[in-house]
Design a protein around this ligand. Structure first.
Ligand SMILES: Cc1cc2nc3c(=O)[nH]c(=O)nc-3n(C[C@H](O)[C@H](O)[C@H](O)COP(=O)(O)OP(=O)(O)OC[C@H]3O[C@@H](n4cnc5c(N)ncnc54)[C@H](O)[C@@H]3O)c2cc1C
Length: 383
């Protein structure tokens, strides 16, 4: 039996674990966090990825967890209301908290796959001897990096992140906060030139979100949470609206997540016995809203290729061939996403003029990029 080690238990990791286990691979997942992380910010599942979710049987559960945002209200620089609209409905799309998707995937595989929480790969030897941080040593035939944008697997095998990371000009901070605003299933969004702040209410949680433009990434704060809070507080120091309350809430938040907005672009996603999937290989950035969908679809294709090719070299090549076009068209959507956060006063004014007087977001056709991957039929399960 082929033994596979997967690093990362969020979306891509458990998804690829599910399909591999079903095809008779012996799968171990190592996750550095002590337990599966639930909750989290809302993510979308669309197009080709909806079909993956359907084939996994998790779509009904995801539909139950659907956030179903009912109202989107925009505020201007001076705090005045610009427009309050119904979000555009995109048919079958599902929006759930990242942790709801992770938990649905984990529930599918927990009995068939070995999970090692609170550990991570320390060294990857050849031909698959792995030493873990905890000191345990094991051998695997293949290793899959599903450990996110700042993947250590990628760094160990392909080199430093800066070779592959493409900065898109924004930073963001996100955290949960007590819902003293009393919001439910709605988004309040404030914009100034090059700055935005949002309150995003799911059914029972409130997420606060800051994003701001920076021509160069603030590398000096990336490993320093206290400096990140200071940078956000300084950037929004003169802003009105609800922002002073939000900055205050940020100071007390214990789950603040800060990062630059960027993409991972690599010429190849595998080397030797190691392959990457999800954000580790091709983060599209939240500007596209397609990260989870690429992770689910990529996991399906990678496992399918391994199950239907005689060896991993051919399988990895097939995965890359079939996945690359879909990744490229979805990463290109980041250019549209930047329209959410206009940088100049003129661009912001123009956007506000478009919004004023609207009652509902204009129904736009779903992006062809979302469904650009035609999934191969399921490989025959061995069990
Ligand atoms: C604010 C925000 C909003 C977003 N909005 C959307 C959206 O609307 N739609 C959408 O589709 N996507 C969205 N995304 C992106 C989405 O969350 C990711 O694309 C998706 O989670 C990728 O899944 P993944 O499994 O590849 O990586 P991740 O979810 O990043 O998971 C990586 C996992 O690996 C673990 N890990 C990291 N390092 C190690 C290590 N050394 N050893 C072991 N484990 C490790 C981590 O703890 C984590 O569990 C958003 C992201 C953010 C930050």
């Amino acid at each position: 039996m082929t033994r596979v080690l997967i690093s990362g238990a969020s979306i891509a990791g458990p998804a690829v674990a599910y399909w591999l286990a079903r095809s008779g691979f012996e799968v171990t997942v190592v996750e550095k966090a002590g337990a599966l992380r639930g909750g989290g910010y809302p993510i979308d599942i669309r197009g080709s990825a909806l079909e993956v979710a359907r084939r996994m049987g998790i779509l009904p559960r995801l539909r139950e967890a659907h956030v179903d945002v009912r109202r989107l209200t925009f505020f201007g620089d001076d705090g005045g209301r610009i427009a309050s609209v119904r979000p555009a409905a995109h048919g079958e799309d599902v929006e759930v908290r990242r942790g709801d998707l992770a938990e649905s995937l984990y529930a599918l595989v927990r009995d068939d796959v070995e999970f090692l929480f609170g550990d991570s790969i320390d060294t990857l030897g050849e031909p698959g001897d792995v030493t873990f941080r905890s000191g345990r040593q094991r051998s695997f035939d293949l290793v899959i990096g599903a450990d996110g944008t700042h993947s250590r697997t990628r760094e160990a095998v392909f080199g430093p992140e800066d070779r592959f990371h493409r900065y898109l000009g924004y930073c963001f901070a996100i955290f949960t906060t007590p819902n003293t605003w009393g919001l439910s299933r709605e988004i309040l969004m404030w914009n100034g030139p090059g700055r935005a702040a949002a309150l995003y209410a799911t059914r029972d949680e409130l997420h606060a979100f800051f994003t701001f433009h920076r021509p160069q990434p603030p590398v000096e704060v990336l490993r320093d949470p206290a400096a990140q809070r200071e940078l956000v507080a300084e950037t929004f120091a003169d802003a009105g609206w609800e922002i002073p309350r939000m900055v205050e809430a940020m100071r007390g938040a214990d789950d603040m997540f800060f990062d630059t907005v960027g993409q991972i672009r690599m010429p190849g996603w595998s080397r030797g016995r190691v392959a990457l999937v999800g954000d580790a290989a091709y983060t599209p950035s939240f500007l596209t809203g397609q990260g989870s969908s690429l992770a689910l679809s990529g996991a399906y294709l990678l496992a399918h290729s391994l199950a239907t090719h005689p060896d991993h070299v051919e399988a990895f090549a097939a995965y890359e061939r079939e996945m690359r076009g879909y990744v490229a068209v979805n990463q290109a959507l980041a250019d549209n996403g930047a329209a959410l956060f206009p940088v100049t006063r003129d661009a912001l004014e123009q956007r506000n003029r478009t919004l004023r007087g609207l009652d509902a977001m204009p129904a736009t056709a779903a992006q062809p990029a979302y469904s650009a991957l035609v999934l191969p039929p399921e490989a025959s399960p061995v069990r």
